[in-house]
Design a protein around this ligand. Structure first.
Ligand code: MRU
Length: 347
């Protein structure tokens, strides 16, 4: 597991329980939370103990193992009926990351083929396969994405797309890890990513831990950083990619893509094929999660905004395909995405 530049794992299955590294309190404290049922797992996804599209999918798959255990203990042979409520609760935890629904669907397909006996072992094997496949996909994307980067000074990334946001290694951060290992970049600029500060708290923590040089940018500083030169690519992940190549990702991604195009900086999106939603035609059809205004009005539980001010808090935006130079999945690279090219890659 601990290859060079890859020392973090945030989702663990041990002693028949699920353990999640609590991302709400990083980097101050590295604490794992033990989860023993599907409702608590759904709460952990909603409350951002675990976040990042692929990590949410992997967590939901393990949540279904916990749900199956409980359903079989309560209802025996009738476990398929008993598990349904927990599947709904998991599906309702967050709306934008399609990996959540993809993982539930994959686990459901396995359930269909199971009979009346205890389903736990088979479902656990599937959840572990989803986890392992995600790490393998990230490794492949790391190689494919890094190969697109001509040797340069630095790249910019947004949000956290690393080991914390995935099964391990990361999507955009996986490409950055691979590019750094190959000597193609010398450093990373990471947007701080308000309101949850995934860049400042999580991306910086992962990169420092792995010895990759990182400088933080206040969210408004990206365009000016590009103007000052030395940036070859903006590299981001995604929570859902529509059939035409429109990309939903953390709020602020669209802003970065517009600035990149203006400055002649290339824009790369890195995501496993489980993030590609061919059933969603365009970005306009992607449900965008809006969270509490308190997340903007407060930092670390302390109000920073003037009393009486409100806040609009959509936590994702959609970058149109025309601003995307490359989509990298484990199935291959799509340059200047269109529906036809996405269809061919996903076929
Ligand atoms: O709200 P979050 O922290 O779950 O949002 C995460 C992101 O937007 C990531 O950039 C995205 O999931 C890609 S992660 C590999």
């Amino acid at each position: 597991m601990t290859a060079q530049f890859d020392s973090v794992r945030a989702i663990e299955w041990r002693n028949d329980r699920l353990y999640l590294l609590d991302q709400r309190i990083l980097p101050v404290s590295e604490t794992f939370i033990e989860l023993n049922d599907a409702r608590v797992t759904a709460d952990a996804i909603r409350d951002m103990v675990v976040r990042g599209a692929p990590a949410i999918g992997v967590t939901a798959a393990f949540g279904i193992v916990l749900a199956a255990r409980e359903a079989f203990a309560k209802a025996g042979a009738d476990w398929k009926r008993a598990i349904e409520a927990d599947l709904q609760i998991l599906a309702g935890s967050r709306p934008t990351a399609v990996n959540l629904f993809w993982a539930i669907e994959r686990m459901r397909r396995v359930m269909t083929d199971l009979g009346a006996s205890n389903p736990e072992a088979r479902l656990l094997a599937e959840a572990q396969a989803i986890h392992a496949e995600d790490v393998a996909a990230n490794r492949t994307m790391g190689e494919l994405g890094a190969a697109l980067i001509d040797p340069s000074e630095a790249v910019i990334t947004h949000c956290n797309t690393g080991s914390l946001a995935t099964g391990g290694y990361g999507t955009a951060l996986g490409v950055i890890r691979s590019a750094y290992a190959a000597g193609r970049i010398k450093k990373v600029f990471a947007d701080e990513t308000r309101p949850w500060l995934q860049g400042a708290r999580l991306t910086a923590w992962e990169l420092v831990k792995d010895g990759i040089p990182v400088d933080l940018l206040a969210d408004g500083a990206g365009a000016w950083r590009m103007k000052n030169g030395g940036i070859s690519w903006v590299i981001v992940g995604s929570d859902r990619i529509a059939a035409n190549g429109d990309v939903a990702n953390k709020i602020g991604t669209y802003h970065a893509a517009v600035a990149a195009r203006y400055h002649g900086v290339k824009f790369m999106v890195v995501a496993p094929s489980s993030t590609v939603d061919m059933k969603t035609a365009t970005g306009a059809d992607i449900p965008i999660e809006t969270r509490s205004a308190d997340e903007v009005l407060h930092i670390g539980g302390r109000r920073i905004a003037a009393e009486g001010a409100g806040a609009w808090n959509p936590v994702f935006d959609v970058t149109p395909a025309e601003l995307v130079d490359a989509i990298v999945t484990e199935r291959g690279v799509v340059l200047n995405p269109t529906t036809e090219k996405m269809r061919a890659m996903m076929a």
